[in-house]
Design a protein. Sequence first.
Length: 222
Amino acid sequence: MSDAPLESAPAEAATVDFYFDFASPYAYFAHGTLVALTRRHGLRLRYRPVLLWAILKELGMPPPMEQPAKRRYMEHDMRRSAVYFGLPFQLPPGFPVSSHAAARLFHTLDAQAPRGWSAQAGDLVAALFKAYFVDGRDIADPAVLGEAATVIGLAPQQVQQAAQAEAGKAALRQANAEAVQRGVWGSPFWFHGGEGYFGADRLAQFERSLDLARFDGGAGKV
């Protein structure tokens, strides 16, 4: 099936707000499919990078990898999920890391909104996911961020400045607060038409809701 956009969706339902942590393997697994779905349905994918550890701290919830039995299960499930989605994957050394540098970089660039940014945003997100979950690189390292950002034509000095910019730090704090207010408690978590979806395993339900809304003109809820 073609990924070419359909006719524009109604303004109130034309955006998918995608909350995710750059250090979340399930966000990496979901990203490509979510991009394809939004393109096929003529929707705008609005990237909202957050820090999951900060959100969980605000909510009084423990980090998902803190409990040994849960960590063992999740590490196995990550590898199994990568096979399911047909994606290359390795668990990065020292997983998980804080993705604050990558998130600040993204938010700084998003605030500047250069021409053609919607396409570049997706390219940058994909490059950062690849650096971390395919190449096993440390996305807290400015040099790694600089290499990833070459996909959108940024020089290393520009990347370093953007990752440290106060505007990016403030935007990340705002994104975290916004996520908590909207009920986000995991990564990936996205919203469309007031409906929230958590986890890469909800992509099929999301696709079904979009198809229902397209063909019957309803709310698209299942």
